[in-house]
Design a protein around this ligand. Structure first.
Ligand SMILES: Cc1cc2nc3c(=O)[nH]c(=O)nc-3n(C[C@H](O)[C@H](O)[C@H](O)COP(=O)(O)OP(=O)(O)OC[C@H]3O[C@@H](n4cnc5c(N)ncnc54)[C@H](O)[C@@H]3O)c2cc1C
Length: 346
């Protein structure tokens, strides 16, 4: 069977690229083996400000301008709600923290997202000794619902095979490849941390940053904003909250751990004061790059092979922009943003 594209991996990167293919009437087949879980377990938060340093997220305004309509389109496609908009409240740890917040108003790329009035209210069960600062234009995409809905939609159209893609079985021709009974012009690898097993791209400097997250039930906690303190507390409704996340640079598994749970429980003690029960725990590996920029581009020796990866901690905001850029590069020869192009590691 002839297809225009083979896509390996259906997380945020894979589905953002497939959306470009559908828009352009391209034919494709997706391979997905459930080996990675990052997009399924993600908090899904989009936040234009790095709250540790009150610095801007790279190209935040431009990314949001593409990402928000992208998710809105998917909400319509699946007749469901994916985007929950809310205020992000930064709980200041000290007066110095508060002063740094006000200094950030001098940064033109950050200031539009910050509320210049401090929130001096108290919230039952929330530790907030030094008040709160409000970040505007934040929210959360339900990535679990999105990925599951997307995979079902592909399945209904016979556009996905739930099996492992074996890189060594690719057969190369002059301008195409054959894999199993598919002949295709291009392959785009969207494998997340699975890239480590890809012999064509595994020299790219992708690093594992395992993240763990808890879902809790706190009957006495009634907040409708995302609380950002030592960790985030994200309202899901019905007094359920996602709490996360850990950052582990050593563990390469997606298995929830006791250490991860203990770390989150310990930190949560400093953030909320009400009782809660843990409903579930999940884990995944963020596909991260040291320079915190995605990895997109074409293989140096096999022009049929492409990669879309390195979404790091911000897949929700970045994926639609990078997928669009890579698609336009492959199809129309438009320049790839040099900051994301894998050529930067040549
Ligand atoms: C705990 C946690 C919290 C997070 N919170 C946020 C957040 O709040 N906001 C945010 O923007 N980001 C967050 N992230 C990061 C976000 O999840 C990632 O940036 C994003 O999901 C990466 O998407 P991806 O498609 O590149 O990779 P993945 O989601 O890992 O998808 C890759 C897919 O490829 C498949 N695959 C791999 N190899 C093969 C193969 N050989 N054959 C077939 N299939 C294959 C895998 O099974 C997987 O489904 C979080 C991550 C974690 C772990």
């Amino acid at each position: 069977m002839k297809v225009d594209y083979i896509i390996v991996g259906l997380g945020l990167a894979g589905l953002a690229f497939v959306e470009e293919l559908i828009k352009a009437n391209k034919s494709f087949i997706v391979f997905e083996d459930d080996s990675q879980t990052s997009s399924l377990v993600a908090g899904g938060v989009y936040n234009p400000v790095i709250l540790k340093r009150f610095s801007p997220v790279w190209n935040a305004k431009e990314q949001l301008a593409i990402a928000l309509p992208f998710y809105e389109h998917l909400e319509k496609k699946f007749s469901t709600t994916l985007d929950q908009k809310f205020v992000i409240k930064k709980a200041f740890k000290s007066l110095e923290d508060q002063n740094n917040w006000f200094s950030a108003f001098d940064k033109p790329t950050v200031a539009p997202f910050l509320d210049d009035k401090l929130d001096k209210k108290t919230y039952d069960g929330v530790v907030g000794e030094h008040y709160f600062g409000n970040v505007k234009e934040g929210g959360r995409i339900d990535t679990h619902k999105l990925v599951r809905s997307y995979r079902n939609y592909l399945l209904e159209n016979n556009w996905i095979c739930f099996e492992e893609f074996h890189h060594h079985d690719i057969c190369f021709h002059q301008d195409s490849v054959t894999y199993q009974n598919f002949t295709s012009d291009k392959i785009v690898f969207c494998e997340g941390f699975g890239l480590k097993k890809n012999p064509y791209f595994n020299e790219l400097p992708l690093e594992e940053v395992k993240g763990e997250i808890l879902t809790i039930h706190a009957p006495k906690l009634e907040i409708d904003f995302l609380l950002k303190s030592t960790l985030f507390v994200l309202p899901l409704g019905n007094n359920r909250y996602k709490v996360g996340a850990t950052f582990n640079h050593k563990d390469k598994t997606s298995i929830p751990s006791i250490e991860g749970k203990d770390e989150l429980v310990k930190k949560l003690k400093k953030v909320i004061t009400v009782p809660y029960t843990i409903v579930s725990q999940s884990a995944g590996i963020r596909p991260a790059v040291k320079d915190r920029k995605p990895l997109a581009g074409v293989h140096a020796n096999h022009k049929q092979l492409n990669v879309l990866n390195g979404l790091g901690t911000r897949g929700v905001m970045i994926a639609p922009t990078v997928a669009k850029n890579l698609f336009q590069h492959i199809e129309f020869g438009m320049e790839l943003d040099p900051e994301i192009d894998i050529k930067r590691f040549n």
